[in-house]
Design a protein around this ligand. Structure first.
Ligand code: F6P
Length: 359
């Protein structure tokens, strides 16, 4: 494809590494003498003539180390194609027409959509409606089946490890149980990697329903071995074997996870008879500087997206496998989650160093 001008947007929740993607895309496009238009505030910026800026070597210089996205993002709005709980929605044809007029008016040959599963589902609907586009996967949860790694994950894990380091000293001083609630709606990758690298003693993830009796036993065993404080890492989507995830209804069938850390602290503290406190790391995991790994991955993803457009491979998504950047059809990538299997080597390694999953 001899694109002269391409557009890029960042959609859904932000994460560290998005600016590296923008910078990488602009630099690769510049070598082909293509212009890049940055669509602002996610898909919403495609409507009513568009909200956009020209991205060039100058205004993308010095942004790689910054968290967030200089284009802004939204996970609400008129393009929603997936709601909480995985329910699908169809984008209204008027919205698609509106966006199509904007891109034609801007003389854009192809659009790069950077987003998570919901945004890629939107991209798929748009591609099927005739939009020339490619996707770049983004989620700190690292739970998309079609790519082994997404940028933002490593930065989030670093944040969890750092938090655990800080909690360790205060837990030890007060001989407390400390519970750290981390992100991870459907998959516990952040809890698993963060817990393992930060010295967690018990890791609770959505894929392995936990039993309070087993957690109590694990703590009692640690006490007989001389431990006087205990670190529990719990993913926000984790739930006890006989219960449901802890969430707050936001109305309209949408919900927001959060609160399992408090519950675990209360129940485990009561059962063990030791003071327990909880701390929810929340959006701290999504902010701050991306790690070098996320900067490199974001750059590689941006460069690959330009290459896919140049090769005319539209309707595809950049992906990472065994150290290499490749691509897959977006249609094969959406709605397929990568969850932790109980036989995963990381789970086995964690068990081998005495970590309990509360099962
Ligand atoms: O999917 C990424 C994620 O960070 C989840 O881990 C988390 O549950 C969710 O987004 C939070 O989204 P919001 O910022 O919209 O509350």
């Amino acid at each position: 494809m001899t694109a002269k001008r391409i557009a890029i947007l960042t959609s859904g929740g932000d994460c560290p590494g998005l600016n590296a993607v923008l910078r990488g895309t602009v630099r690769a496009a510049n070598l082909l003498r293509w212009e890049v238009i940055g669509i602002q505030e996610g898909f919403e910026g495609l409507l009513d003539g568009g909200k956009h800026i020209r991205l060039d070597l100058t205004n993308t210089a010095g942004i790689m180390h910054l968290g967030g996205t200089i284009l802004g993002a939204t996970n609400k709005g008129r393009f929603i194609s997936k709601r909480s709980g995985g329910k699908k929605a169809t984008i209204h044809p008027d919205i698609l027409d509106n966006a199509s007029r904007t891109l034609s008016g801007l003389d854009v040959a192809a659009l790069v959509v950077v987003g998570g599963d919901g945004s890629l589902a939107t991209a798929l609907q748009m591609h099927r409606a005739g939009f020339p586009l490619v996707g770049i996967p983004k989620t700190i949860d690292n739970d998309l089946a079609a790519t082994e790694l997404t940028f933002g994950f490593d930065s989030a894990v670093g944040c969890v490890a750092d938090a655990l380091g800080r909690l360790h000293t205060t837990a030890a001083s007060h001989r407390r149980i400390m519970v750290l609630e981390v992100m991870g709606r459907h998959a516990g990758w952040i809890a698993l990697h963060g817990g393992l690298s930060g010295g967690g003693d018990i890791i609770l993830i959505p894929e392995i329903p936990f039993d309070y009796a087993r957690i109590t036993e694990a703590i009692q065993k640690r006490e007989t071995e001389g431990a006087t404080s205990h670190m529990i890492v719990v993913a926000e989507g984790a739930a006890p074997i006989d219960g449901r995830p802890t969430f707050q209804s936001m109305g309209g069938g949408d919900y927001r996870l959060g609160g399992i850390g408090d519950r675990v602290a209360r129940e485990v503290g009561r059962r063990v008879g030791r003071e327990a406190r909880s701390c929810a790391l929340g959006h701290l995991q999504r902010g701050g500087h991306p790690t070098p790994l996320d900067r490199i991955l974001g750059t590689r993803f941006g460069v690959k997206a330009v290459e896919l457009i140049e090769q005319g491979r539209l309707g595809t998504m950049v992906s990472y496998c065994c150290g290499q950047i490749g691509h897959v059809p977006i249609a094969d990538a959406v709605h397929h989650m990568r969850k932790i299997s109980s036989a995963d080597q990381m789970v086995l390694t964690a068990r081998s160093v005495g970590i309990s999953f509360g099962d």
